[in-house]
Design a protein around this ligand. Structure first.
Ligand code: SF4
Length: 578
């Protein structure tokens, strides 16, 4: 049978502070990663209960190539999103996949709610639940530092934790993984917080035989060669995704000041080039990745009067620069770094934070929210007000901040300003105002992310004079193929390296038969399963809304027409069979 193997699932029950493992041969056809996590979630989630109900599961999963092949570095997470109220899905790199792999688990499921804050220490064949009351309230950085001191296993260990935002149920709280990686989007941090789960520390030191070492070596070498000797991944190591800032600005596709503009007059000052030339310290890689796309810069800050300075290392990329830079009109690297540090320490999703603050700035100008309730001064280009507002979003001192903590859809429903509330499918938009493919792609994608189907790339390929059927078919085909890559937990930056034949050869070198139409069928099945669960959760394609601001401000494809978008949406529904 294609994909045949036995998968090991670790279940943590926080109600009882117990754990068990189960082995499932019947799930092998889902491979791992998003396929496996989606299937487990579909079995375990509880319709009718709210996203933060303790009974709702969190599923983390890796794939059969994880750690064994270059670029197979991600861990998939599936949960019920408190931000959109429907499908929650997120990915993180760094050491978590490695640690799970060598601990011997293909997936980890968490249910229940502990009586007081705990963290779980997961090792091969054993789980310990430890008191985390002393960590509750600490930032992600402090928590990570302490856990690294408390828990043994440096190099084989992954430290996964939330900050104050997750503890306080902010619907767009993320989960920090090791150094500078996150399950950022859709609120997994709030789900951890509702379960009183401050952290997971996973340690693995098992080993595994490779059945056909010669075949394995041949595929490994070819993937490695393509990753380092071709130009397929050059841009990710060079400037990183921050290199997109100037490209998008040049295309008229860089959302600026809550998308009142599609170009930023200070783009060059917050470009990938500017960050690299003025601040780049080093580049990091997830374990097993020869690319090293994680750009770490130096933020030097005066913290007191006189000659009092400190230096902080922070990761930057395009999404951070867009959401905390151009979208807020902030045109200097220090201002962007100050906000990156703030969301990092509080444990907030950066994109949602920036889009929410951009809306709040305009809502204040329009008189929809009051300066008194805000208690801070929000103005485009001024980081100080935004820094203070983010602290308040986490503390939630009044009704306004309690609403903001539920995300932008909730805020715009309560206070108005939906025309300039930049959400697509209920999720705050990513930083690509390229045209129809991006808007439709994020809105219809299972997790409402630009990464579901790369509509921004489709726009740039097809240009303004596109065939609507071709655009829709490309989105569907890309999202289905990404279900395969994400079931293998391959970093999507490496998608050019990992073509269909290479995926098949890699699986077969590990003794996993993947011939015939196995991969295509897997993509179709996971795509369908996710959309079925989403619809059970209440998602309705026909209720999708496209913010007026996205139509008014010209994109790379020019000014967009709502009628064309609606027509594309109907074609998508028909062709995707959703
Ligand atoms: S390309 Fe970057 S994100 Fe992807 S695996 Fe390598 S270091 Fe990690």
């Amino acid at each position: 049978m294609p994909g045949e193997r036995v998968l090991t699932i670790l279940h943590l029950d926080l109600d009882r502070l117990t754990w068990k493992t189960e082995t499932r041969a019947d799930l092998a056809g889902y491979l791992g990663g998003i396929g496996l996590a989606s299937k487990l979630f579909a079995e375990l989630w509880r319709p009718g209960l709210k996203p933060l109900d303790p009974a709702q599961p969190v599923v983390l999963a890796i794939g059969p190539l994880s750690t064994v092949f270059p670029l197979a570095t991600k861990t998939a997470a599936v949960f019920h999103s408190p931000l959109t109220g429907e499908w929650g899905e997120s990915y993180a790199g760094m050491r978590l996949a490695l640690a799970l792999r060598f601990a011997g688990y293909d997936a980890l499921v968490v249910t229940g709610r502990a009586a007081h804050p705990v963290y779980a220490s997961v090792t091969p064949g054993r789980v310990s639940f430890r008191d985390a009351r002393g960590l509750w309230g600490l930032s992600t950085e402090e928590t990570g530092r302490i856990l690294r001191e408390w828990e043994a296993g440096r190099g084989h260990r992954s430290t996964v934790r939330i900050g104050p935002a997750g503890e306080r149920g902010v619907a767009f709280a993320g989960v920090n993984v090791d150094t500078f990686r996150h399950f950022g989007r859709l609120g997994l941090g709030a789900v951890f917080g509702a379960k009183k789960l401050k952290a997971l520390v996973v340690y693995g030191d098992k080993s595994f035989p490779i059945p056909d070492r010669k075949a394995y070596r041949a595929v490994y070498d070819e993937v490695f060669r393509r990753a380092v000797e071709t130009d397929l991944l050059e841009k990710y190591h060079g400037l990183g995704t921050a290199g997109n800032v100037m490209v998008l600005d040049g295309l008229g596709a860089l959302p600026t000041r809550n998308l009142r503009q599609n170009r930023f007059e200070h783009a060059a000052r917050i470009s990938g080039e500017a960050f690299a030339e003025q601040t780049l310290l080093r580049k990091l890689a997830c374990p097993g990745c020869p690319v090293g796309c994680i750009h770490i810069g130096l933020y030097r800050r005066q913290f007191g009067t006189g000659y009092e300075y400190e230096s902080i290392a922070l990761a930057y990329d395009h999404e951070l620069i867009y959401a905390l830079g151009s979208l807020l009109g902030i045109g200097d690297t220090d201002g962007v770094y100050a906000l990156i540090e703030k969301v990092e320490l509080l444990g907030l999703d950066a994109i949602t934070s920036g889009v929410l603050l951009a809306w709040a700035t305009e809502a204040l100008q329009e008189g929809l929210i009051s300066a008194e309730e805000l208690g801070v001064r929000l103005a485009f280009g001024k980081p100080d007000g935004y820094l203070a507002a983010l602290d308040r979003v986490v503390r939630q001192p009044n009704d306004l901040y309690r609403t903001l903590a539920r995300g932008l859809e909730a805020a715009a429903r309560t206070y108005g300003g939906r025309d300039f509330a930049l959400t697509l499918g209920g999720h705050e938009m990513a930083g690509y105002h390229t045209g129809y493919g991006f808007l439709l792609g994020q809105a219809v994608g299972a997790r409402h992310s630009h990464l579901c189907n790369a509509g921004y790339a489709v726009d740039q390929d097809l240009g303004p004079d596109f065939d609507p059927d071709v655009l829709v078919e490309r989105l569907i085909a890309e999202e289905k193929w990404r279900q395969v890559l994400n079931s293998l937990c391959i970093c999507l930056f490496g998608r050019g390296v990992w073509d269909r034949d290479t995926v098949r050869a890699a699986l077969e070198s590990l003794g996993i038969e993947a011939g015939g139409d196995f991969l295509s069928a897997l993509g179709d099945r996971v795509f369908k399963l996710k959309n079925e669960v989403k619809q059970e959760m209440g998602f309705d394609f026909r209720k999708l809304r496209f913010p007026r601001r996205c139509l008014e401000t010209p994109s790379f494809q020019g000014r967009l027409d709502e009628a064309v978008l609606k027509d594309l949406l109907e074609r998508y529904i028909r062709k995707a069979g959703v």
